[in-house]
Design a binder for this molecule. Structure first.
Ligand code: FES
Length: 107
């Protein structure tokens, strides 16, 4: 049986509008993007090689890897361009008083 935990990531005020930051949590590193379509949280590392996606570019809800240019959709995690071919892990986000929480499955 799996259960879910809510993990606090940061406060919304720490992420400027239409920008993103990498945040280190206890057991993982995540990318937080504050877009006009909402707040999105994903794993910070590109699925292709070792590149932090927060060092790339954010355009709407798409993030572009700084190393080889693959883009990922932060809503679904879907990879949109080569050379990456593995989707990004994205997390369900909950906002409570502008604190950003993600849901993590515990197995
Ligand atoms: S490391 Fe991101 S596309 Fe290669």
């Amino acid at each position: 049986m799996t259960t879910e935990s809510l993990i606090k990531v940061c406060h919304l005020s720490e992420i400027p509008s239409n920008d993103m930051r990498c945040v280190s949590l206890a057991d993982r590193k995540v990318l937080v993007a504050n877009t006009s379509d909402g707040v999105f949280v994903a794993d910070e590392m590109c699925t292709h090689e070792d590149a932090r996606l927060c060092d790339g570019n954010l355009s709407g809800t798409k993030v572009k890897c700084p190393l080889h240019g693959s883009r990922f959709d932060l809503i679904t995690g879907q990879v949109l361009d080569d050379p990456a071919n593995i989707d990004l892990v994205v997390y369900p986000v909950t906002l409570v008083d502008d604190d950003i929480y993600i849901s993590i499955e515990n197995s």
